[in-house]
Structure formats: structure tokens, C-alpha cells
Ligand binder design. Sequence first.
Ligand code: PMP
Length: 357
Amino acid sequence: MKKHNFSAGPCILPQEVLVKASEALINFDGLDLSLIEISHRSPNFVAVIEKARHLVLELLNLEGKGYQVLFLQGGASSQFLLSAYNLMKDQNGKAAYLNTGTWSSKAIKEAKLFGELAEVASSKDKNFNYIPKDYIIPSDVDYFHTTSNNTIYGTQMHSFPEFNGINVCDMSSDIFSRSLDFSKFDLIYAGAQKNMGPAGTTLVVVKESILGNTGRTIPSMLDYQVHIAKDSMFNTPPVFAVYTSMLTLEWLKDLGGIKAIEKINNQKAQLLYQEIDRNPLFTGVSATEDRSKMNATFTLNNESHSDLFDTIWEEAGINGLNGHRSVGGYRASMYNALTIESVEVLVNCMQELERKA
Ligand code: PMP
């Protein structure tokens, strides 16, 4: 029996996607060839990447609004620098960043290589367990960068400030999980390995009109416009990661899209947070109003219960519940493909601990 996979990423993917992806590894499209041994320029693969790009726009409700979709490599970490390289002006470049954790801090570090940086607010004072509010974004910046969901700390931005300039967002750990007005963002990027597919490709959704205005010469592989001009095939794309992402996007569309999955994600989060708040043995880590619906972080009130709790959840077939080393405790990642039944199993484990401890 498959484990209840609460891993933070790479993480659970829909079982039917894994089955289809594994079949394509042996015989793709009835070609009697593997997906990973045919040319990426073959009509069969071109159809895959085109479908994937189209599904992204359709699911995010961005069709016909001037956006382009790219499947790049180098992880979301490469986007920390590509976003700055492509958007920060060569002369007197300046950008604003909201610092909500490790990943924001890494994005800030890269952007500093390209120009002046305004950190509008930070929640570092409390180990990033909340989302700062009431800060001022300077009006003269080239763009404003946020991280929508903070995978490590279990916080999520439930609202975004109104900023009239260019809005950039790292949505690596909550893309396709909730309804947002995605047209408020000019550049969205996300590593595939949470809600979209396997590690190996990074989704970039960019409003074309914001590009080409920096006065910089950008190396080809780092230039969004170069990738756009080649329909995301400037060089060999990560074919397996793109194909599996396409299958996951198809799965999501068949399920009813983001609205449908959001309903399920809300139920999962509510079920688990209710138990964290009810059970006298546990405490939630992040500020209640900023809790993430993707990654729930919590600790035991009494460390001496940890061996018993670990035994209980491991015996129940749960995987990947340990918290990130910088937070400790536990982290239950409830990405799109995780079922409510898996969350029920975890809640039962927490209740079993209460009875036995
Ligand atoms: N941003 C966020 C919010 C993440 O959770 C992660 C990885 N977990 C990254 C960026 C870095 O992604 P990658 O490993 O694909 O470079």
C-alpha cells in the first residue's frame, strides 16, 4: 500500500499521473520508443509542451492577457537571479522585496548583485513565523517581489499588497492550489516539484510587455525573451519533467481546476489545524492568521512524547512529517495530490498519542 506522503518536496503526485508517466518511459504515444529517447523537436513532444503551456494559462485564467509560459531548468533558485537580471534596470536599478523566509532571503541575495535593494519588511525577528503587514513599498522600484507560501515555516500570504508597478511572485509551493487573481502578477515562477510535477523544470509565467526594458545585455540562456522567441525550446527542455507536469495539469483540469482543488485543500487544512488547536499535546508554529494551507508546522508541547508519536505515525504508514531543521517539530505538507483520507490518518495518530501518552 502506498504511504501517506506528507513530504515537503519533491512530494506526492497523483497516482494516475505516475502510472501514465511510467508507461511513457517505455512506450510513448504508441511510437514503440520511450518519451526520453525521442527528439524534443518531434511532433509528439512539441504537442506535449504546447499543451502544457496552454493548460497553465487556462488553469490560471490568464488566456489572452499577454502572458507567456516557459518551462526552464535550474530550479526556482535560478529564477531568483533571472527575475532580477530581466527586470532590474541597468542604470540605477532598484527593487523591493518582502522577506518572509529562507527562500525570500536567497532571492534578495541574488538580486543585490544587480542593483539596489529595498527590503520592505522582514519577519526574521520571529524566525519567520508570520507575514509582515503594513509596510511601504517605494514607488520608484523596478519591481516588487513576494513569496506566496513559505514552505519551511508554514506561512502563506492570504492577501497581497496593491502595488502599481511590476509584481513578481515566487509561487513554488502553492501554485495551482488556490484561486487568486493571477493577472495581478507580472511574473510568476515556481519549481515544478510541489504541485506540478517532478523536479527538473521550473515554470515561468511572464507578462511579455514587462520585458526588454532594462538596458542590460542578458546572456541568452538567462534571457526570458530568448526563451519566449523559441517557444520554450531554445535548448533541449527537460522532457520527462515537462511531460509529467502536463499530465498533472490535465489531472487538475479534469478534477475541475483550481476552484475544485481549493475546496479540498481548505477541508484538509481545516481538519488538521482544528486538531492542532484542540489537542493539548500540540502547538502550531505559525501565526494563526498567516497559516499555510500547504505546509502546516506544529510542535509537541512535551519533547518526551516524540519517540512515541514518531512510532505511531510511522506505523500508520505516514512519510515525510519531520519539520525542516531550521524550525524543528513537524511539518505536514498537504499539496494538491494528498487526499483528505491521508490527513484523517494523521489526525488519528495525534489522537492516539493523546490516549497513550
Ligand atoms: N522557493 C520556494 C518557496 C521553495 O519552497 C523552494 C524549494 N523548496 C525554492 C524556492 C527553491 O526551489 P528549487 O529547489 O527548485 O531551486
